[in-house]
Design a protein around this ligand. Sequence first.
Ligand SMILES: O=c1ccn([C@H]2C[C@H](O)[C@@H](COP(=O)(O)O)O2)c(=O)[nH]1
Length: 497
Amino acid sequence: MLSTETTPKFIYQPHYKPNQLICGHGQTAIITGWTVKQSLAKHLNPDQYAVIGNLYSPTRGISPLLRNLIANPHVRYLVILNATKEDKNSGSCQCLLDFFSQGFQLGKSDTGRECWLINSPITGYIDKEIDRETLEKLRQSIQYQLVKSIPEAIEIVKSYAEQSPLPTWGEPLIFPLLENLPSLLPGTRYGHRIEGKTIAETWVKILQKIKTTGTIRPTGYDGKWQELIDLMAVVTDEPPDFYFPEPNYLPIDRAFLTEYIGQILDDSPIHQGVKYTYGQRLRSWFGRDQIAQVINKLISEIDAASAVMSLWDVKDHEKGGSPCLNHIWVRVVENELSLTAIFRSNDMFAAWPANAMGLRALQQHIRDEISKRSEYNLSMGPLITISQSAHIYDDTWENVERLIATQYDKIVNQRDFFDPSGNFLISVEKEQILVQQTTPGSGEIVACYQGKNPLKLIRELAATNPAIIPEHIGYLGIELQKAYNCLKNNQPYIQDQ
Ligand SMILES: O=c1ccn([C@H]2C[C@H](O)[C@@H](COP(=O)(O)O)O2)c(=O)[nH]1
């Protein structure tokens, strides 16, 4: 048996993401990938490990992880748990393993930043500020092991803990961290509406809005994020087979989506270490299949405003890791089926595109089932997401900036001159400027505005139609001024169409 008096107690000092780690006094760092770290910690005592932490992303997570290891050179063993579907999708654990087994070389990140690239089929970055010699020394000094299950991880961590302590491999080192602070434009904090035809297009608009006006705040995860509160995204025309841009600038591809849709539509058994799936919450968690309930409800009462699914369990307050997606509503209005979902917290860069596509698949499924089982042949209405905290994490700001630089102008310049507030026909009649408002479709006249003062008229138009598109009201301002000049100079006025 190990005598605790004679075993030195190492102290793990996390310099990066300290609140995300479970620290102990041993010499083994345990990387749990996407598996909940407490599900390993509960089988071990703190003398058996140095630290336990997750690793979600190979481009954003490996650098802080290595920085912490370099600052704690008493860590001599690394156990990497690569257990879940999410680990396979992200490739983060595989990439970390490749750092140790294959090394790294100088290269550039997606955003053109100089960095160390891990020699791996999975893209993984390490900050260039960490010097090559130290990284090489770290690689040589740590014994690493990839495992596929929690029991396997526990067994190997315990076996390392039984070995005699190893000397530290060097002095603790801390390398500078470059800060990237965004420049902000003023804007409101609460309540935002963004609309786009496809999920991809809407995503770029969302990111632009958060990046330019979001509040910078500390996250619960030892970093910063930029955030808008209550952001509503309306996607009007996502095609049934989903739109992926070419080249694909979304953070997901079709293969990922196929797997992800299952997590929303299908039930799944409760697995140790895996928090929950949305499918499980929808299909069985509350002892009911809520998707089936909603389909039945609408078939029996197509106008129902109670086709609601709930993913939030009041017990979620009692432990961490509660579902981000909380409620889903389905409505049928004028033969069109829309779906609205609310998220308490939404990572708009990394998670929203998958969330939105998964929900769109659920919307399609509900529409198809209703049409199979009733006389209703509904069309697909919009998908609406409401994100209470709509945020982008600081380690993605560079990617977001690059995406906006390359995609945003193209998207906002696809003008179709369609304004749901309608059209405004301007003329000069009987010494007055006359503005007739028409419906956007058939062009029926629905309101008239009259006067001589263009400023008063524009104020009246804006007050009566607060949702008018900004570019449209700007155009009307120019036209009203022109009409006023013509009236003053006794010249004919023709509206510029
Ligand atoms: O379907 C999901 C699951 C998670 N997240 C994001 C939101 C938060 O950034 C983070 C979860 O952190 P907590 O809110 O649980 O702390 O993951 C999503 O955006 N969508």
